[in-house]
Design a protein around this ligand. Structure first.
Ligand SMILES: CC(C)(COP(=O)(O)OP(=O)(O)OC[C@H]1O[C@@H](n2cnc3c(N)ncnc32)[C@H](O)[C@@H]1OP(=O)(O)O)[C@@H](O)C(=O)NCCC(=O)NCCS
Length: 476
């Protein structure tokens, strides 16, 4: 049974999501206050940190503003802007060899330091979100507060439910996801406040409220899509006593599988952020720079995540492995046969999904921690055995082919095999889970974008003609 306080919070959030447009800062501020426990709330802490960070950025720009971050070559302009240092992202930094650090912390450090659920050992993504927003490790109580707050804000308006219910089941789950997030824009407190005229220094507070609402609603959207497309369309209610991942698992119909719930906690933590230059992060940040609200910005990011070279690769990986298993037939496949299959994929002009990376040059630590999870929870799963076999074979083949700069596996090479183990076998749905997690990273940055007054993003482009002209005299 939910406590009275939690039930009350839930009712308040439901009422809030139905209320008429309002943009008074006091009413938005009050929403956060309603969820406050005795510990400082995330919003309280953020409002303390923002002036400090603003002063820090001001000082950095004053001292270093005219320093160069590096040269930009013509190849970089044609080559997808690889290596150009041209944006600021506070939540995480990606090192080519070491992999991701969330606010300076590696994945194993996050697994150790962030609060976990009672009886569980994986970090709660609520804690990771707190870390991304503040740079600080939250207490277990603060994390519980976020779980309760997100559960309380989780209701989606009935017109969005109806929109999803009317989608044909043949519409890709990512398209449905993006559609629903765009439609939720109807609820944006930032958009309403902007229309009524607010000062720039208030932007972050509305973006914060929208971001908290949006993150809270993602499990309901994901669950509805999953149940509509693959099941009977019936969805349980959010349970205000559960954490975010447990609620997501519950909505998907896997809530009774303890290890799956743990997997969701790990999954949502590690897929959240991968510095700012990747397609979904950069797109959310770019669209947000036009002061499009968090719903519109994140929907744009989701459309990027839905590309097969980005998030959709996790769907492609399992599809490719399943095809391999079906083609090869035998339960145990020899290394030689797998090698031939990898070569045949390459020779047909396709990429090996789950391998390679635009920045990383070693095995992705997000792959490694999923492998650890598999070794602990599903060591004898036949598909995991295939994934492990591929890990021993693909880097060698890619190196021999000599094209890819990074022959090692990325996060997507491992996620699907974990999901299928627990019965979540619908590959087209996998990127939706990635999207739920990605919301944590890109929206935490969006709050900072507005707090730091990041301007409209508008890099300079050149035509080939202009590039030739630029260097015509230098070459003679
Ligand atoms: C992620 C990815 C898009 C990065 O692209 P990138 O930065 O351009 O990578 P590289 O600089 O190493 O690419 C150089 C060449 O190697 C190829 N290459 C890279 N990864 C490859 C892979 N996994 N399989 C086959 N070829 C690959 C590229 O297609 C490119 O070929 P081209 O010269 O014919 O255009 C790329 O590695 C890829 O397509 N991987 C498979 C999809 C995937 O797993 N995506 C998820 C990423 S988290």
């Amino acid at each position: 049974m939910a406590s009275l306080r939690t039930q009350r919070m839930y009712q308040l959030a439901g009422a809030l999501s139905r209320q008429q447009p309002t943009s008074s800062l006091a009413s938005v501020w009050a929403v956060s206050k309603r969820f406050k426990s005795t510990a400082p709330s995330l919003k309280d802490r953020l409002s303390e940190l923002i002036p400090e960070k603003q002063a820090e950025v001001k000082a950095v720009r004053k001292e270093l503003g005219s320093e160069s971050l590096g040269a930009v070559t013509v190849d970089m302009a044609y080559g997808g802007m690889r290596g150009i240092k041209g944006m600021v992202w506070e939540g995480s930094v990606l090192d080519a060899d070491e992999g991701i650090r969330f606010r300076g912390k590696t994945i194993p450090e996050c697994q150790k330091l962030l609060p976990s659920a009672e009886g569980g050992s994986e970090p709660l993504p609520e804690g990771l979100f707190w870390l991304l927003v503040t740079g600080e490790v939250p207490t277990a109580e603060q994390v519980k507060g976020i779980s309760a707050e997100w559960a309380a804000r989780a209701t989606i308006p009935s017109f969005v439910e109806e929109l999803l219910d009317r989608c044909p089941s043949t519409l890709h789950p990512m398209s449905q996801f993006s559609l629903a997030v765009t439609a939720l824009q109807h609820e944006s407190s930032f958009a309403k406040a902007y229309q009524q005229g607010i000062s720039k220094n208030q932007y972050w507070e509305y973006v914060y409220e929208d971001s908290m609402d949006l993150i809270a609603k993602l499990p309901n959207i994901a669950g509805r899509i999953y149940r509509n497309v693959y099941k009977d369309g019936k969805l349980p209610a959010i349970d205000p006593n559960l954490d975010y991942s447990a609620n997501l698992a519950h909505l998907l119909g896997f809530g009774d599988k303890k290890d799956f719930v743990e997997l969701m906690r790990l999954y949502l933590t590690i897929h959240s952020d991968h510095e700012g230059g990747n397609v979904s992060a950069h797109t959310t940040h770019l669209v947000g720079s036009a002061l499009s609200d968090p719903y519109l910005s994140f929907a744009a990011g989701l459309n990027g995540l839905a590309g097969p070279l980005h998030g959709l690769a996790n769907q492609e990986v399992l599809r490719w492995i399943t095809k391999m298993r079906d083609n090869l037939g035998a339960a145990e496949v020899s290394d030689e046969t797998i090698k031939d299959y990898v070569w045949s994929t390459l020779k047909s002009g396709q990429v090996i999904p789950g391998y390679g990376h635009a920045v990383l040059r070693k095995t992705d630590p997000r792959y490694s921690c999923q492998r650890e999870f598999a070794l602990k929870h599903l060591p004898t799963d036949p598909m995991f055995k295939l994934v492990s076999q591929l890990y021993n074979i693909v880097p060698g083949v890619l190196t021999e082919q000599g094209k890819t700069k990074n022959p090692w596996p990325n996060v997507d090479a491992h996620s699907g095999v974990l999901l299928q183990h627990y019965g979540l076998v619908e590959q087209d749905f996998y990127t939706v889970l990635f999207g739920v997690s990605r919301g944590l990273g890109v929206l935490s940055q969006l709050i900072w974008d507005r707090a730091l007054g990041m301007p409209l993003e508008r890099p300079k482009s050149l035509s080939t003609e202009a590039i030739k002209k630029m260097f015509a005299n230098k070459k003679n």
